[in-house]
Design a protein around this ligand. Structure first.
Ligand code: DGP
Length: 111
């Protein structure tokens, strides 16, 4: 298995887990860009947003309903959700993931 996030899901690489259920996992980003920075990923290996289909997109709704609960546990109500799709957009790990950033003022537009 050469996907780093699949290896995190499998427990082969340690992570600071914040939430886990049958279909998704949330854990702190190893390279935080804000005081609060965590990732939420589907357990199914979906390479990017470009690989979403009618069959697998339901997990994205589950991710989005779970994000506010995790944020609330961390004491934040204002946050940014980021998905980098494709290398030119900044995607470095080719397993669908959503960044949640909070705890500082976030500029717009992003770089
Ligand atoms: P992106 O550039 O959008 O593909 O974001 C990938 C993020 O994944 C990046 O912010 C760093 C994070 N990351 C990469 N490897 C690991 C790891 O082994 N553990 C954790 N916790 N995060 C990782």
């Amino acid at each position: 298995m050469d996907c780093i996030f699949c290896r995190i899901i499998a427990g082969e690489i340690p992570s600071a887990k914040l939430y886990e259920d049958d279909s998704i996992l949330a854990f702190k980003d190893v390279s935080p860009q804000a005081p609060v920075h965590f990732l939420v990923i589907p357990k199914e290996h979906i390479p990017s947003a470009n690989a979403l289909t009618a069959e697998n997109v339901g997990v994205v709704a589950h991710i989005f309903e779970t994000i506010p609960k995790i944020a609330a546990q961390l004491g934040v109500t204002d946050y940014r959700i980021v998905n980098n799709c494709g290398e030119a957009a900044g995607q470095t790990v080719h397993h669908l993931h959503f960044h949640i950033l909070a705890g500082r003022n976030l500029g717009w537009p992003p770089g």
